[in-house]
Design a protein around this ligand. Structure first.
Ligand code: T3D
Length: 265
């Protein structure tokens, strides 16, 4: 299927075969996040959310880095924002847009992911890392605290003890170590990263869009609820999924021994 490419400068957005690929595109600054990149990233995520042809998203970086976090060289012409405002106004909406996107987001971590760049990867649903990629909770090194969701996602992915070590010491974590501790799903050769990420995203895109969205919602809900509430929430979501045409199609395809054709209805 022919793809489409939207006009951005600090990122690229390419849509093809049901997958939106968002590429952070400031390779000379290791894809550090400046205002235009944050604005465009949020716009691209919202666009992917609205576009019914998009069923999965891949987030990656151009060049040798995934993302070096906040652009430490950025200036604002005398009206410096407080960091709290910058987080509330620009970073947090991006993180929430990823977490609440009713479509799976795969991080294809092609190189170093530092500071808020690491947070971006953590907010995605599934992470693939290239051999040679690394993760740096760099906040403490510049006198800051983990932000953009790092303090929320990290302990949920790797446990409280490892999260404390990573956040408080901030040593780089190799891709292999990240896979060992559950920070990434798996490591692949650098040359194969995008093929692997696209293959995974296409598999996700082939699933029922409704069931996938509801499953993502169930996992997010469970992170903040007790078992009884999670069971009740599962029942509510299953009520919705169970009435869908996709469920009927899935059952019919099973009985007829053929692949299902899900429409999201
Ligand atoms: O608004 C707010 O501030 C609140 C939000 C804060 C969230 C945060 O993200 S705080 C954390 C900010 N990020 C960092 O502290 C990471 C800084 N960078 C590094 O520690 C290292 O560059 C890396 C570990 C990412 C990579 O190291 P290495 O040795 O591979 O590359 P390098 O030589 O350090 O950097 C290459 C170039 O990229 C270099 O530019 P040059 O000298 O070649 O012209 C370097 O200055 C630039 N670069 C790297 N990171 C950033 C950056 N430029 C701007 N901002 C950066 N974050």
């Amino acid at each position: 299927m022919a793809g489409t490419t939207a006009a951005y400068t600090a990122i690229r957005l390419d849509v093809a075969d049901g997958v939106a690929t968002i590429t952070l595109n400031r390779p000379d600054a290791l894809n550090a996040l400046d205002r235009p990149m944050k604005t465009e990233l949020l716009a691209a995520l919202r666009s992917a959310g609205r576009d019914r042809s998009v069923r999965a998203v891949v987030l990656t970086g151009e060049g040798r880095a995934f993302c070096a976090g906040q652009d430490l060289r950025e200036t604002f012409g005398g009206s410096e924002p407080t960091l709290a405002d910058e987080l509330r106004d620009r970073y947090n909406p991006v993180i929430l847009a990823i977490a609440r996107l009713p479509k799976p987001v795969v991080a294809a971590v092609n190189g170093v992911a530092a500071g808020a760049g690491c947070s971006l990867a953590l907010a995605c649903d599934i992470r693939l890392a290239a051999e040679g990629a690394s993760f740096v909770l760099a906040f403490g090194r510049v006198g800051l605290v983990p932000d953009s969701g790092a303090s929320w996602f990290l302990p949920r992915l790797v446990g409280a003890g490892r999260a404390a070590e990573l956040a408080l010491i901030g040593d780089p974590v190799t891709a292999e170590e990240a896979a060992r501790i559950g920070l990434v799903n798996r490591v692949v050769p650098a040359a194969a990263l995008m093929d692997e990420a696209m293959a995974l995203a296409r598999r996700l895109a082939d699933g029922s869009p409704l069931a996938t969205a509801l499953a993502k919602r169930a996992l997010a809900f469970s992170a903040e609820s007790d078992l009884e509430a999670a069971l009740s929430h599962e029942a509510t979501l299953q009520g919705i999924a169970g009435r869908s045409a996709d469920h009927a199609e899935g059952v019919a395809a099973f009985r007829e021994k053929r692949p299902p054709r899900f429409t999201g209805e």
